[in-house]
Design a protein around this ligand. Sequence first.
Ligand code: COS
Length: 386
Amino acid sequence: MDYFLTEEQQMIRDTAREIAEKKIVPARAEMDAKGIFPTEILKVCAESDLFGLYIPEEYGGFGGGIFENVIAIEELSKACIGVSVSFAGSGLGAYPILISGSEEQKKKFLPQIASGEQIAAFGLTEANAGSDAGGTQTTAKLDGNEYVLNGTKQWITNGGEAGIYTVIAMTNKARGSRGASAFIVEKGTPGFSFGKKEDKMGIRASATRELIFEDCRIPKENLIGKEGMGFLVAMKTLDKSRPGIAAQGVGLAQGALDESVKYARKRVQFGKPVIAFQAVQHMLADMAVQTEAARALTYAVSKFIDSAPKDISKASAFSKLYSSDVAMKVTVDAVQVFGGYGYMKEYPVEKMMRDAKILQIYEGTNQIQRNVIGQALIKEYAKRGK
Ligand code: COS
């Protein structure tokens, strides 16, 4: 379908598509098998000015919005979401600065992220604070002109690879989630180290590590916003970045559909290509409809958020929930279309199916997305007096 992209948006799409086809597709199987982080591919993304699509021009970015970023993420995701999450994870790490950072913080950190000179990462999750993001146990204590951080963040995308980390820590445990604060921590700060690279089911090209803080001292200027604002900063960050996960789902589903049609046209059984059988055509038709519906919703939600409305949580959750469920279903069906070959590593669809699962889990499980939507509905209908 034609979404009437502007010339600039078409350029973004074509640029990301070329990187996906020329750089990612030939390398994805090896990156998956060996767990190789896509450093060189991310360099190409940086040289192509993709890292700053959503960052204002005054901070070295392209001056676009979530929609422009979503276009790029979708294209990269058609080839490999292990790569696209490494790209998108930088945006996740940058949003706290963009949303609540001071002018000095924006001037210091955003240009480095926009140029791709540094990638960013977001540190929220902990062993006992996953869905319960307010249960953060990492602490930050003010000591003179410095905050001292102690604790461990878990499963952090781009952990160890990123240069700039936005991290949520408790400055006042007694206040619960209202006692959380957001900080910027740079790689190389004494007392800041990383755990081993996690061995994952999918998205194996991406780097997932613990962030370990042991009496890690950071300048007090690295506090984002005010003390106590950390939970809100985290929630607003996730509201902005979840359409990016949706875009990963759309791209992945499209990639799986493309592979399935290609295969079904070539694979001959009972004397005909299997695409000639309605059983296969109907599967492909459902895959195509679901992928297009996910794309339409993701684009609409991204444009809605870019129009800067007050309340975006519900729409953001719509896109993440729907597109990730579609990606899971479409990739499972892709393996079915391929039959026995789909189960083999010789073809890319088994990787796509393994990769898809994480989309229903990270940046808020789909159960959490339903909670967010449910809570929003309760509030909306109460407001309307119904
Ligand atoms: N925007 C603005 N404010 C928000 C908000 C949002 N998206 N979400 C919550 N808040 C506010 C609430 O309005 C509430 O404010 P008051 O205390 O003034 O009423 C406060 O934050 C606490 O909200 P709530 O009571 O809903 O918090 P919960 O602890 O119940 O948690 C969920 C809410 C479950 C939605 C949250 O913890 C969450 O998103 N969890 C998933 C985290 C996640 O995505 N992790 C993935 C890893 S990060 S890559």
